[in-house]
Design a protein around this ligand. Structure first.
Ligand code: DAH
Length: 339
C-alpha cells in the first residue's frame, strides 16, 4: 500500500494538463469518488493496525497534494486568456482606438499652416506675463481700461504680474530680442476676467501675426488677409475692413468676412448683415517699434490677431463656447472627420 501511495504521489506532483478537459480528466482519475485515491481510502480498512498511523498520514498527504496540484493547474488556465491556452496568431488584432484632435487644435493648426506657407514661423511666449509685455510696450496708456481689474487677472501679491489678456504680448517678446525681418505667428491661450456663459469664457485662444520689415504697407496686410480668408473659409469668401482702434496699431481695422453660413445673404448668425467680424489688425504703431528697440524710420510692419474659438465657431457652428473646455467626448468625436 505504501509503495502504491508513493507511486501516486510522484505522479500527482508532476501532473500536466494542456487544456480544461484534460484537467477535468485528471481530477476524475485521482480525486473523484471512483478515483485512485478514493480506491486507496477504501482499502485502508484492510491495513494492519500497526501500520494504520503511517499509511493514514501518507494517504492524507497524497490527497492534499493532489488537490493542491489540480487547483494550481486550474488557476493557471483561468489566468490565461478566457481559458484559451494557446496563442492564436491568426486572430485579428484588437482595433487601436485613436483619439481625436480637439477642434481648437484642428483650427489652430490650419491657421498655422496657412501662415506657414506665407513664410511665418511660430513664436511663443509665457501665459503668466508682466505689465510691460502685455500693455506698456504695446502703447497702452496708463489708464487704459484693459488694464482694469475687471478684465485682467492680476497676481494679488505682485500687481505687475498678470495672466496675458492677448497674444500680442508675444510680439513684444520677439521684437525686443530680434531685428527685422520678423515674420511670426503666435498661437496661445489668453485669460480675461469674464463671467462664463455660452458666449464668453475666462480663458480662450488667440493667434497673433506680426510682420516687420522695410517698406511693409497696408496693401501687404490686405493681401495676406484676403488670402487667409479664402484659404480658411473658401475661395468665394469676401473681406471688408472697418476702421477701428487698438493702442498698438495705427491705422487699425477690424476685418469682416462674408457670412459663410448664409453666403452673405443674411441670417441670424450674421444678424442679417451678411458679414461677420473675425479679427483685428493694423500697421504696427511706430511707438511700439521704438519701445521694442526697432527703428521706426527704417522699418514698418503690420499685425493681426484673431480668436481661435471665433474662427472655429464660424467653421463648425459651435453655439456654446463652454463645449470647448468640457472634454465631453461626444462633442469631441464629432470632429473625427476633420482630424
Ligand atoms: N490683441 C487684440 C485683442 O486681444 C487683437 C488684435 C487686434 C491683435 C489688432 C493685433 C491687432 O495684432 O493688430 O483683441
Amino acid at each position: 500500500m505504501i509503495a502504491k501511495i508513493k507511486q501516486l504521489l510522484e505522479e500527482v506532483e508532476t501532473l500536466k494538463a494542456a487544456n480544461a478537459e484534460e484537467l477535468e480528466a485528471l481530477r476524475i482519475k485521482y480525486l473523484s469518488k471512483k478515483g485512485a485515491i478514493n480506491d486507496l481510502m477504501a482499502d485502508f480498512r484492510n491495513v494492519a493496525a500497526e501500520q494504520k498511523k503511517e499509511v493514514g498520514m501518507r494517504l492524507n498527504e497524497l490527497k492534499t497534494k493532489a488537490q493542491d496540484r489540480i487547483t494550481a493547474l486550474k488557476e493557471q488556465f483561468e489566468s490565461q486568456d478566457n481559458g484559451c491556452s494557446e496563442m492564436d496568431l491568426t486572430r485579428s488584432a484588437y482595433p487601436v482606438k485613436l483619439g481625436t484632435r480637439h477642434p481648437l487644435s484642428i483650427v489652430r493648426n490650419e491657421i498655422i499652416d496657412i501662415f506657414g506657407r506665407l513664410g511665418f514661423s511660430i513664436a511663443e511666449g509665457p501665459e503668466i506675463e508682466d505689465d510691460w509685455h502685455v500693455f506698456s510696450a504695446l502703447n497702452f496708456a496708463e489708464d487704459h481700461p484693459a488694464r482694469d481689474m475687471q478684465d485682467t487677472f492680476f497676481i494679488e501679491s505682485h500687481p505687475d504680474i498678470l495672466l496675458r489678456t492677448h497674444t500680442s504680448s508675444v510680439q513684444t517678446r520677439v521684437m525686443e530680442v530680434s531685428q527685422p525681418p520678423i515674420r511670426i505667428i503666435c498661437p496661445g491661450r489668453v485669460y480675461r476676467n469674464e463671467a462664463i456663459s455660452y458666449r464668453a469664457h475666462c480663458f480662450f485662444h488667440q493667434v497673433e501675426a506680426l510682420y516687420v520689415d522695410k517698406n511693409v504697407s497696408f496693401t501687404d496686410l490686405k493681401q495676406v488677409l484676403l488670402l487667409f480668408a479664402k484659404e480658411m473659409f473658401g475661395a468665394d469668401t469676401k473681406i471688408r475692413l472697418r476702421p477701428s482702434y487698438f493702442p498698438f496699431t495705427e491705422p487699425s481695422a477690424e476685418m469682416d468676412i462674408s457670412c459663410n453660413i448664409c453666403g452673405g445673404k443674411g441670417c441670424p448668425f450674421c444678424k442679417h448683415t451678411g458679414w461677420v467680424e473675425i479679427l483685428g489688425c493694423g500697421m504696427v504703431d511706430p511707438n511700439v517699434l521704438e519701445s521694442n528697440g526697432i527703428d521706426s524710420k527704417i522699418y514698418s510692419g503690420y499685425a493681426l490677431g484673431m480668436g481661435i474659438e471665433r474662427i472655429t465657431n464660424l467653421k463648425y457652428q459651435v453655439k456654446d463656447l463652454r463645449m470647448f473646455s468640457e472634454n465631453d467626448t461626444r462633442f469631441l468625436k464629432e470632429f473625427e472627420a476633420a482630424n
